[in-house]
Design a protein around this ligand. Structure first.
Ligand code: FAD
Length: 466
């Protein structure tokens, strides 16, 4: 149990100028930025090898105005990106934070590419809902595992200390909220106390804490949690005890396309390229092109809490750039048939319902029409055999609520003033998705992890150096 204690001001076993809790994308970006600013940060990570939810992601970072975009003739700007974020968030996100992450996104990707040699390119063969420019930057494998491994290697090359196998438990703070240090617990039961001049919370959200999910996001209380189990909401628990402003706690990134029972993420490219979701009755049930996040709850509301992604060989070829999709193929999760009737048989859904549904969709595609839920189809999305189907369910990926911060990650008190030396980034901080799952624009997770991590690490280092 995480608790906040009054600082004794003494009794620490060691001292670090900057402590960072969590070695995911947020923590590692904060550490690299702090190191660059001349500080020796110390990271605390519960796992033996850093992975976090970052490793489970596709590792795609949205960024505007990069040289990777310019090389492909893609016009984009921080202003356009900020407007996209706010449109998806229904204008509920903090404009200062939105502006900072949109503006910092291009420099972030170029920083990782130029200073640390990350071989980014921009995904140019499909777009995610809500982005008005192609701006997802990914590494060759399109995996978060590659992203976290490259971040960890960069930190190691910079001699950044990562204390692995340690859980940050008790937090010591003075009555004005000045953080004095942390108590760490190792697997063998050993405890150590480290004092600090500043603290960055980069320990993500509360997806791995069923009690907090039940409390803040009841609609996902029984859903599969697909993020890192070690993200148990410590930032929120500490923040609540410290009197920090907690914001948008019902917001989350869901995903309506996790292959079941295989538990493999199936890229939303399948839908954006013209694939459709039908339920166990073979019928469409909503406009799935609005976004994968809000689709999690939609799928869970269907009979049996499942849906089928139905698509064709052209779409499969696009999705195959993702290792997860190739894994799903190897695991036998993907049905392939030459006709819709055979596919319906393999899916065990009513043949006539599926044939009628897909026939209607094909007509809509030919005339650029909209279905009964308002989804628009395009002629180039026309299906050709062979046809594919994957049974999927909805899952909770990560929570988007957290500690309210200013534009460089300084944590706010309940009254809106700033804590003297406390920062938050990534899933520990309130995101830019507003109050609901529907407000999540693809990439908001790694965007706020990497950019706010970098900004917070830099700001904390400059504060400590003063
Ligand atoms: C399947 C999946 C796919 C996704 N795909 C994308 C995508 O393509 N693009 C995108 O933008 N976002 C994506 N996301 C979201 C994205 O992964 C997260 O938003 C992002 O990784 C958060 O980074 P973070 O550093 O805040 O947290 P994490 O990467 O989870 O790191 C937090 C770290 O803190 C450690 N920790 C927690 N508590 C403590 C403690 N008390 N003491 C010590 N250590 C602690 C954890 O062990 C963990 O290593 C995806 C998420 C999932 C689950």
């Amino acid at each position: 149990m995480s608790v906040v204690d009054a600082a004794t001001g003494e009794g620490f076993d060691a001292h670090a100028p900057l402590l960072i809790v969590g070695a995911g994308a947020a923590g590692l970006c904060a550490a690299l930025a702090a190191r660059e600013a001349g500080l020796d940060p110390v990271m605390i990570e519960r796992d033996a090898v850093p992975s976090g939810s970052t490793a489970l992601s596709a590792g795609l970072i949205p960024a505007a105005g990069t040289r990777f975009q310019r090389a492909k003739g893609i016009a984009d700007s921080a202003e356009l990106f900020a407007a996209d974020i706010q449109r998806k968030a229904h204008g509920e996100a903090d404009p200062a934070v939105v502006g900072a992450v949109a503006k910092g996104s291009g420099p972030l990707v170029e920083w990782l590419a130029d200073r640390y040699g990350f071989p980014f390119d921009v995904v140019d063969n499909f777009n995610y809902p809500g982005h008005s420019a192609l701006r997802m930057h990914g590494l060759p494998s399109r995996t978060g595992r590659e992203l976290i491994d490259r971040l960890r290697s960069a930190a190691e090359a910079e001699d950044i200390v990562i204390l692995t196998g340690r859980v940050a438990g008790r937090l010591f703070a003075e009555s004005d909220g000045r953080i004095r240090g942390l108590e760490l617990l190792s697997g063998d039961g050993a405890r150590e106390r480290i004092g600090c001049d500043a603290l960055v919370l980069a320990c993500n959200g509360y997806g791995g804490n069923p009690e907090l999910v039940r409390r803040f996001i009841p609609e996902m209380a029984t859903a599969l949690y697909f993020g890192h189990p070690g993200n148990r909401g410590d930032a929120v628990v500490w923040g609540e005890a410290l009197g920090a402003q907690l914001k948008h706690l019902a917001a989350y990134q869901g995903h309506g396309s996790v292959a079941t029972p295989h538990n493999i993420l199936i890229s939303w490219a399948v839908i954006m390229q013209g694939g459709v979701q039908v339920n166990a009755e073979g019928r469409g049930f909503c406009d799935e092109s609005r976004g994968y996040s809000e689709q999690a709850a939609e799928v869970l509301r269907q009979p049996g809490g499942i849906a089928w992604n139905v698509f064709d060989a052209r779409i499969a070829a696009v999705a195959r750039q993702f290792e997860d999709f190739r894994d799903a193929e190897r695991a036998g999760a993907i049905l392939t048939m030459e006709s819709v009737a055979e596919l319906a048989g393999a899916m065990r859904v009513p043949v006539k319902a599926l044939m009628d549904e897909l026939a209607e969709v094909e007509i809509l595609k030919s005339m650029r029409g909209c279905d009964r839920y308002g989804r628009q189809f395009l002629p180039e999305q026309h299906f050709e055999p062979p046809f594919h189907a994957i049974k999927v369910t909805g899952a909770l990926f990560h929570t988007q609520g957290g500690l309210a911060t200013d534009a460089v990650g300084r944590v706010k008190r309940n009254d809106g003033t700033l804590f003297p030396n406390l920062y938050a980034a990534g899933g520990a901080a309130a995101g830019v998705s507003g109050t609901t799952a529907a407000g999540y624009l693809s990439g908001n997770g790694l965007l706020t992890a990497t950019v706010l991590g970098r900004l917070g690490g830099n700001a904390a280092a400059r504060q400590v150096a003063k």
